[in-house]
Ligand binder design. Structure first.
Ligand SMILES: Cc1cc2nc3c(=O)[nH]c(=O)nc-3n(C[C@H](O)[C@H](O)[C@H](O)COP(=O)(O)OP(=O)(O)OC[C@H]3O[C@@H](n4cnc5c(N)ncnc54)[C@H](O)[C@@H]3O)c2cc1C
Length: 310
């Protein structure tokens, strides 16, 4: 019986583990991989205090600290969570089961993928799913944004303030984004709209060099020379295995209060799996620490962590 099981070893989960372990709670982290989405950025330069580095290196540091304070790492995919008399039972896809008194859900979300040639190969080497994170790397370079919703349109506008030229490829003729944003898009001289079209292939050597774009109606194919490919077609959040215990919003994110409490006592959530705005590594880490301290308070009957230093 663990005091705490944390699902997900991204920035939120690993930070939560540092905090729960420092409170001497027996902690296990169960995760598919270590590092999560931060691993996907080859150059993280907005995590304060570390200087620019590969996302994987930053996450390796998080892992070392969590393990150093005593967290146990169990690799596996959680697909079942049940309430028991003493807490919770966690089921893994490989059939293993673990029990805990309290649970912190920090298993993030996965950017929706296109499933095209070159996408996986060049992920982190020109292909990215985060304009906010990676746009500054494309100063005076050329890039393509794929998608037709708010995040794609706003992403293209943001990128166009930095990049020399931006192609926005969308498979429909109209956008799902807000009208006012679409107007700005149409006025922007740096952005070329490529409508009724899909990116069929991403091509390059070590890094991205071009994309093959196909017009859906005419089947005409063109190559655009670009350095970056921004896939902005939304995210997949899988809360199916916890929805019988915790409330989720319309995007299936787990609803939490300002301290990370979910609607189920003893279950906390942190990071991208929650509705927290501006999904970023530093925000997920801060969220993880909050949820862990609140978890400690709950396990100690409200006597644990002080709420502030005053
Ligand atoms: C390409 C890209 C570039 C980015 N660049 C930056 C940047 O430069 N700066 C920045 O601040 N932010 C950046 N971000 C955003 C940042 O990475 C995320 O906000 C952050 O990783 C969220 O952390 P998290 O711990 O909440 O979730 P995640 O990082 O998603 O971690 C979730 C963890 O849970 C695991 N998991 C998922 N499902 C299960 C399951 N069922 N069972 C067990 N484990 C599971 C995953 O394997 C993973 O380890 C970027 C994101 C992407 C995609």
């Amino acid at each position: 019986m663990y005091d705490v099981i944390i699902v997900g070893a991204g920035a939120a989960g690993l930070t939560a583990a540092i905090y729960t372990c420092r409170k001497k709670l027996r902690t296990a982290i169960i995760s598919i991989d270590v590092g999560g989405q931060t691993n996907l950025t080859s150059h993280i330069e907005n995590y304060p205090g570390t200087g620019p580095m590969h996302g994987m290196e930053l996450m390796q540091r998080f892992q070392n600290e969590a393990i150093g304070f005593g967290a146990e790492l169990i690799m596996g995919k959680v697909n079942k969570v049940d309430k028991t008399e003493k807490g919770f039972k966690i089921g893994l896809a490989n059939g293993e089961e673990y029990e805990c008194k309290a649970l912190i859900l920090a298993y993030g979300k996965v950017p929706r993928s296109l499933g095209i040639e070159g996408e996986e190969k060049f992920m982190g080497r020109g292909v990215t799913t985060c304009v906010t994170c990676d746009a500054p790397l494309y100063k005076n370079r050329e890039a393509v944004v794929i998608g037709g919703g708010n995040s794609a349109v706003e992403g293209a506008l943001e990128l166009a303030t930095i990049a020399r030229k931006v192609y926005l490829v969308h498979r429909r003729g109209t956008f799902r984004a807000d009208e006012i944003t679409v107007e700005k898009l149409k006025e922007n001289k740096n952005i070329e709209l490529v409508l009724n079209s899909v990116v069929a292939k991403i091509v390059g050597g070590k890094n991205v060099e071009s994309v093959e774009v196909e017009n859906i109606a005419t089947k005409e194919k063109k190559f655009f020379k670009v350095d970056g490919v921004f896939i902005e077609i939304g995210y997949v959040v899988d809360t199916s295995f916890v929805q019988h215990l915790v409330k989720v919003n319309e995007r299936k994110e787990i609803i939490v209060d300002e301290r990370g409490n979910t609607s189920c006592p003893g279950i906390f959530a942190a990071g991208d799996i929650t509705p927290v705005p501006y999904k970023q590594t530093v925000i997920a880490a801060g969220d993880g620490s909050k949820a862990a301290l609140e978890c400690y308070r709950w396990l100690t009957g409200g006597k644990g962590a002080v709420l502030d230093w005053s």
